[in-house]
Ligand binder design. Structure first.
Ligand code: HEM
Length: 471
């Protein structure tokens, strides 16, 4: 009898323990350690808002819970990972969770490649990627050099000590590079480009606001009306570009991304969505990369000097071309360290429509998994004094000693890494060379430069510089 009682009690305790292990609390659907929802409706959205951004929230969360952690976006469980080993386990996954990027839908629309999964997404990517092949990229040097040299000429006409907004010039440069290389022609004058950027900035900050604040304004409210107005303006600009290319585009030696997108899908809405996605993906990110690069160089004069020395030694007075581009090794180190320090794109994400396993944990089907690229880029284990700007982290020796995937500023998974990664390096190199050989950049005194981490990270306010001509 006593034996039976002991058996029964032991059995019951084991059963309760198993239930607690498998279902740690009513809100948990996984054994991944992390936060319970603060409120049922919003999950941890208020915690994210308090942290300042999703990236800053993830930095804290990973510090607290380790390489794999979980939290709640509204009612949806989300996993986040930040280690080379876990990244490796996600390396073949293509599909992106639509829910995490839904708030950007008003701008790029639901047809965008951003949301295209499965075989349809793969086939679109494979086709569009031809516009970024080695041979295609080689055809862009002339146009990019021209855009950069035009900018240099414009800046030569500026008065000494004039305060110039780095952001404005870098965005205009990045915009024109994307347009001339991938979209055929810049149809816009300087004012139209700045209008496009200002409409875009408005739309982007409204969408980033919605990422942390679920109170979406009505269409009839002032904020809602202003948002719809800038969306309409952007749509008109992009449609003008498409109309022009349809009329004047060539199919033979000048077959560009815009033509590929147009021919791949007969659907006008998809054409519009993908053209806008590539314009936005191209100019916003690279504009920020360049803004941060010139900022870091202006505040680290010894690094700027070393860079200018390399440019002189490798190029003399020549432009960057396919023969000399890869010899600019220190320039590449500066760009890599800028991508790392500024955390230009802090996260990507994937999901699978079946139950899976990650880091020994069960991941319920359809759960978004965030690739915390930015957390990795600031991890002290791989980057001692992570806030220090030090391009030597990317010399051959140091690269060899770091695990693969720790540095993945363009994503790493499922043949869906950023399609524009080589394009971005090329364009940024050409801009640095053209401007640095002519000018020294100085920061206007009294500025406090603060990063604002969004889906793309940018300085909170414009960065102001003055230029002096290099002897
Ligand atoms: C500093 C420059 C850039 C950074 C840091 C960056 C970063 C990223 C990241 C992290 C992703 C997500 C990848 C993933 O889901 O795994 C992405 C996607 C994308 N990027 Fe970039 N990017 C940059 C420049 C560009 C350029 C120059 C273009 C176009 C000319 C571009 C177009 C795109 C597009 C279209 C996607 C979505 C692709 C898809 O859905 O399959 N990006 N980028």
């Amino acid at each position: 009898m006593l034996d039976f009682a002991i058996f029964a009690v032991t059995f019951l305790v084991a059963l309760v323990a198993a239930i607690i292990y498998l279902y740690p609390s009513s809100s948990k659907r996984t054994t991944v350690p992390g936060l319970d929802p603060t409120t049922k409706e919003d999950g941890n959205l208020s915690d994210i808002e308090r942290a300042g951004s999703l990236h800053e929230f993830l930095l804290d969360l990973h510090k607290q819970f380790g390489d794999i952690t979980s939290f709640w976006m509204g009612r949806e469980l989300v996993i986040s990972i930040a280690s080379p080993e876990l990244f490796k386990q996600q390396q073949t996954i293509f599909d992106r969770p639509p829910s995490l990027f839904k708030l950007f839908e008003p701008l790029i629309t639901s047809r965008s490649i951003q949301y295209a999964n499965g075989s349809e997404g793969r086939s679109r990517r494979q086709d569009y990627d031809k516009s970024f092949s080695h041979d295609e990229l080689n055809t862009f040097y002339d146009d990019m050099n021209k855009v950069a040299n035009d900018l240099t000429k414009t800046l030569e006409s500026k008065v000494k000590d004039e305060h110039l907004s780095l952001n404005q010039y870098m965005f205009a440069f990045a915009f024109k590079s994307v347009m001339t290389s991938l979209m055929g022609k810049v149809l816009m004058d300087e004012k139209e480009i700045l209008d496009f950027k200002s409409n875009y900035d408005h739309a982007w900050s409204e969408m980033e606001q919605r990422l942390v604040d679920p109170n979406i304004p009505d269409d009839d409210s002032q904020r809602g009306k202003a948002f719809n107005r800038v969306l309409k303006n952007l749509k008109e600009s992009v449609n003008k570009i498409i109309r022009y290319r349809k009329k004047h585009g060539s199919k033979s030696e000048d077959y560009l991304l815009i033509d590929r997108i147009k021919d791949h899908t007969g659907n006008d809405d998809t054409v519009y969505a993908d053209i806008l996605t590539y314009i936005v993906g191209g100019f916003h990110t690279t504009g920020n990369l360049l803004t941060w690069a010139f900022y870091f160089l202006a505040s680290h004069k010894e690094i700027e000097k070393k860079l200018v020395k390399e440019i002189k030694q490798v190029l003399g007075d020549d432009d960057v071309d396919q023969g000399n581009y890869t010899k600019l090794k220190y320039t590449r180190q500066v760009l890599d360290e800028t991508l790392r320090c500024a955390v230009v794109a802090p996260w990507a994400a994937r999901f699978q429509d079946f139950d899976s396993e990650l880091g020994g944990h069960k991941i319920p089907k359809n759960t978004p998994v965030i690739h915390a690229l930015g957390v990795m880029l600031q991890d002290e284990k791989y980057w001692p004094l992570p806030n220090k700007f030090d391009p030597d982290r990317f010399n051959e020796e140091n690269i060899k000693n770091r695990p693969n995937l720790v540095f993945s500023p363009f994503g790493f998974a499922g043949k869906r890494v950023c399609p524009g990664n080589k394009f971005a390096y090329m364009e940024a190199t050409i801009c640095l060379v053209s401007l640095l050989r002519k000018f020294e950049f100085m920061l206007v005194d009294g500025q406090v430069v603060q990063p604002k981490y969004g889906l793309v990270s940018h300085p909170e306010d414009d960065i102001w510089v003055t230029l002096s001509k290099r002897k």
